[in-house]
Structures are given as structure tokens and as C-alpha cells.
Design a protein around this ligand. Structure first.
Ligand code: FPP
Length: 290
């Protein structure tokens, strides 16, 4: 069992087919707290996180900024474990934005070193836990050594069946949309695609996250309330969750709080609240008949 009283990853098959069942029948901590033992915890399929506040965390401890990034790796590990144990399908972490190159050279260098060593250290553990690792963003700006390590880590975990962990590095939402536009325009120019065939699905298919569900829950730690060019297209319907907690302090309890907050949101996608409640009631009746 995990600290949440939920079955741990090891107790359950990570076969994605079972994930749906788990997600349907899970009894939530939130439900227990409200005395309604049957209230299901609505889990996001995809969580995206802007991990902000490492620098301020370090400064508060009287440490240099890079000590905050190092401490942030522990929270990365915890977020991965929590996501896996809740059978979240995709976790996307914003590790380095296209704009982060503007930081002092030394900090950028230390961050690159940290990615390199963390990839080396964590990949075996990720593989053991059936995690699929993907790095998204323009990796051509990284050193050859780092690019090679990323590729090795991706290849090692590609066949796994568990959580998909995406690390966004040298990534920007506008970059992603621009690349997709260029790729589609190229296909039109080569006569492979008709102009009329450029629709939302075609754009989705040309983005970095093609084939994956959009983020349902978008978390930003560190107190700021902005998207900072992260997953702009894909987050159109994401539930935004902002917390003052600094990333190195984003522990299991903080993760659970975000899930509980998500669970209490009603996602309407343009419909009325009554329509959504009615549809939810209908699906509960259908499930109880199975
Ligand atoms: C933002 O905090 C954080 C970053 C730019 C880097 C995030 C990196 C990690 C969490 C560590 C390594 C990650 C992986 C995936 C191995 P900030 O420096 O902007 O903090 P501040 O707002 O307090 O200055």
C-alpha cells in the first residue's frame, strides 16, 4: 500500500488494459474524508508540471541556486512514483524552457550536467518500474554527449508498458506549434497533403505529443500563475492548479492535494453543469449494471 492507502504499483499489473478498471473502481482518499466511501477520485490521465521555485528554495536555505535544482530531482522522483502508483498515463515535466538559455552561463551548464547525471542514475530505476521515458523539445542545441544519453535512455525504456514520462527540455509551446506548422506546410508543398486536410487532428498529429492524451491537470509550483509557453496547444482544456509550494518541497502530500483539487473540478467542455451531472449519473448506472 502507498501512503494514500492505495495499492502500490508493485501490487498491480501495469498492463494498460487494467488501468481503466483501476481508475473506474478506485475509492478515493477525498471520498473517505467526506464520509462517502464510494466517491471515486477522478484521476487525470495526463499531468503536466512547471517545476518552479528551485532557486528561491536554495536561497531560503542559504545555498547556491543549483543546490535547489539538485533538490528538485528528489521531487521529480517522487512525482514519478506518485503518478505511477495512481496509474496516471502520462506525466510531463518542464525541465528547461527555450527561454532558460538566457540564464547565467554557469547555471545553464550546471543544469545540463544535472540532466546528464540524473538520466544516467535514474534510467535503470525507471526501466524497472516500466516507465517509458521521452524527451521532448529541440535537443539539437544540447551537447552530442547529452543527446546520445537521451537517445540511449529512450531506447532502453521504449518497450515498457507503464507511465509515460516526458521531460520537456529546450521546449516551448510556440516552438512546438511553429514546428508543426512547418511540417504540415512542407507536406502541402510536396503534394502529400491537401490544404483542406489541415484540421485540429492534423495539427495534433504534428505536435511533439502526438498520440497522447492532452494534459488534464496542469500544475505550477512556486507561486506564479502563468503558463510560461508550456504546452500551449495541448492545455486548451487543462485544469490549472497553482501552488505557492516551491518545487523541492512538492512532496506526496502536495501531490495528493493537487489530485484532490482536480477531483473536485467539474469539466464541462462547453456543456452546462446539468448536462455533465446527468451524463455522469448515467455512466454510474451503466457501470453498476456491468
Ligand atoms: C525552475 O526553478 C526550475 C528549472 C528551470 C529547472 C528544473 C530542473 C529540475 C527540477 C531538476 C532536474 C530535472 C530533471 C528532469 C532531471 P527556478 O530556478 O526558476 O526557481 P526560482 O523561480 O525560485 O528562481
Amino acid at each position: 500500500m502507498t501512503q494514500n492507502g492505495l495499492p502500490s504499483l508493485r501490487c498491480l499489473s501495469s498492463d494498460r488494459l487494467l488501468v481503466g478498471l483501476y481508475r473506474t473502481f478506485i475509492v478515493s482518499k477525498a471520498g473517505k474524508e467526506t464520509g462517502d466511501a464510494k466517491a471515486p477520485l477522478q484521476l487525470p490521465r495526463h499531468i503536466a508540471i512547471i517545476m518552479d521555485g528551485n532557486g528561491r528554495w536554495a536561497q531560503q536555505q542559504g545555498l547556491p541556486r543549483h543546490a535547489g535544482h539538485r533538490a528538485g530531482v528528489k521531487s521529480v522522483r517522487n512525482a514519478v512514483e506518485q503518478s505511477a502508483s495512481h496509474h496516471i498515463e502520462v506525466l510531463t515535466l518542464f525541465a528547461f524552457s527555450s527561454e532558460n538559455w538566457k540564464r547565467p552561463k554557469r547555471e545553464v551548464g550546471l543544469l545540463m550536467e544535472l540532466f546528464f547525471t540524473a538520466l544516467h542514475r535514474e534510467v535503470k530505476r525507471l526501466d524497472r518500474n516500466k516507465v517509458v521515458l521521452k524527451v521532448i523539445g529541440d535537443r539539437t542545441a544540447f551537447s552530442e554527449k547529452l543527446q546520445k544519453r537521451i537517445l540511449q535512455a529512450e531506447e532502453k525504456t521504449a518497450g515498457n508498458s507503464g507511465l509515460i514520462l516526458q521531460i520537456a527540455a529546450n521546449y516551448g509551446g510556440r516552438w512546438d506549434i511553429t514546428e508543426a506548422a512547418r511540417a504540415l506546410a512542407g507536406r502541402v508543398a510536396r503534394g502529400e497533403l491537401d490544404l483542406q486536410q489541415i484540421d485540429e487532428e492534423a495539427i495534433n498529429g504534428a505536435l511533439s505529443f502526438a498520440g497522447l492524451p492532452d494534459p488534464d491537470l496542469f500544475i505550477r509550483t512556486g507561486g506564479d500563475q502563468r503558463l510560461s509557453n508550456f504546452m500551449l496547444w495541448q492545455s486548451a482544456y487543462a485544469e490549472l492548479y497553482f501552488t505557492d509550494t516551491l518545487w523541492p518541497d512538492f512532496d506526496t502530500e502536495a501531490f495528493d492535494q493537487a489530485l484532490t483539487a482536480f477531483s473536485s473540478r467539474q469539466r464541462r467542455y462547453g456543456k452546462t453543469g446539468e448536462q455533465v451531472t446527468e451524463a455522469a449519473n448515467r455512466s454510474v448506472i451503466l457501470e453498476s449494471e456491468v
